[in-house]
Ligand binder design. Structure first.
Ligand code: CP3
Length: 346
């Protein structure tokens, strides 16, 4: 049988393979009892910033669920540790920024240093995970896309529609662009260093991009995204992920990612049309479908696979992260179902 890494990388190159590769966003988290046991002893940031523990959690889902890719156990907020931004990640709430960034002075004070100095533990964890995984699974590195990192910095916390962020773009586009340029530089260094440490692909999480209209996204976000993606692409394939953003997909595709990860709102076949040929597509089962009894989950998963229609260049995933209440047995059965669906072909 083809090993996970080969199957996954074939899909990123739009090459056929024996089966559709599969992994899940947030696969290493509270849905796994083995993770929860570790969390009783360590805080989340302690797990993410201690290389041995991070490697352990990164590899857990490959060993427990049989997925074809591991995602480095980290968080999109970690690069802020090198920028002099005080933040915490609070359980069931998410990131909280002590002093939301809204003024020119605060933006000018953000530090842009080397990634190795800012988050050395992350690159140690990537080297460790790469070695432990061998060819059993690909290793997905990741960071926020510049817009989504700016969302947390400016709003100060998660939000339904990020009003302070949208107000800043419209009221002071010059300042907004300075912020995004700075974040893009930090992210380029952070992601390039993940590539150097052994990540096979990187995924840009632009979770909240869908709050913007298309023209605002095209004018004030896409140029930064494009510059970042073009800097990374010579090193490794780049996947772009966001939610609720079908209206942005053509604009996103024009920024040049190798692959796009889409949520469940858009049928996969339509995503292919909007993203254009030459791009792999990742997705897009509704994470809530995993909470349904197996027959219903199976029906939903087969519907996603039918939309993919055995095209090479489909990576099966959920449309967003695994919900904490998900049963790992359901995830295991889902992996078996995807692998049993049959080969992709040209
Ligand atoms: O398997 C994986 O995907 C693990 C790696 C991972 C984490 N965060 C670990 C984590 C990834 C890829 C992320 C990305 C991330 N972090 C995003 C983008 C993806 C998305 O969901 O849209 C965002 C928005 C964040 C910010 C963040 N960090 C949130 C919203 C939360 C959840 C807070 C909560 O308790 O509900 C976190 C914390 C976090 N990051 C957890 C994990 C496993 C939970 C921490 C815990 O164990 O308490």
């Amino acid at each position: 049988m083809t090993e996970g890494a080969a199957r996954f990388l074939a899909a990123t190159q739009l090459q056929p393979s024996d089966a559709t590769p599969v992994w899940f966003m947030r696969q290493a988290g509270r849905s796994l009892p083995e993770y929860r046991a570790l969390r009783e002893r360590y805080g989340f940031l302690e797990l993410a910033t201690t290389p041995d523990l991070s490697v352990e959690v990164t590899c857990m889902p490959v060993e427990l669920l049989g997925v074809d890719a591991a995602v480095v156990f980290a968080d999109i907020m970690l690069p802020l540790q090198g920028m002099g931004v005080d933040f915490e990640i609070r359980e069931s709430v998410g990131p909280l920024i002590a002093d939301p960034i809204r003024s020119a002075r605060q933006i000018d004070e953000l530090r842009v240093g080397t990634a190795e100095e800012a988050t050395p533990y992350l690159f140690a964890a990537i080297r460790g995970a790469r070695e432990r995984l061998g060819r059993s699974a690909a290793l997905v590195g990741f960071g926020a896309a510049p817009f989504t990192l700016a969302c947390y910095l400016v709003e100060g916390r998660g939000s339904r529609d990020f009003p302070h962020v949208r107000a800043l773009i419209h009221s002071d586009p010059g300042l907004w662009n300075r912020l995004l340029a700075k974040l893009s530089e930090v992210l380029a260094r952070y992601l390039a260093a993940q590539s150097a440490a052994g990540a096979d692909v990187v995924q840009l999480f632009d979770s909240w991009a869908g709050v913007l209209d298309r023209d605002t996204f095209a004018a004030h976000v896409a140029p930064h995204l494009q510059a970042l993606i073009q800097r990374l692409r010579p090193m490794l394939p780049v996947v772009y992920f966001s939610t609720g953003s079908g209206h942005l997909l053509e604009t996103v595709a024009a920024t040049g990612p190798d692959g796009v990860s889409v949520d469940w709102r858009l049928p996969l076949g339509q995503a292919w049309e909007l993203a254009g040929p030459g791009r792999f597509i990742q997705g897009n089962l509704d994470p809530a479908a995993v909470l349904a009894p197996w027959p219903a989950l199976e029906t939903s998963a087969r519907a996603v696979l039918a939309q993919a229609a055995h095209r090479p260049g489909h990576i099966f995933n959920l449309g967003h992260g695994v919900l904490p209440d998900s049963d790992p047995d359901q995830l295991r059965r889902l992996v078996e179902l995807v692998h049993g669906w049959g080969p992709s072909r040209l």
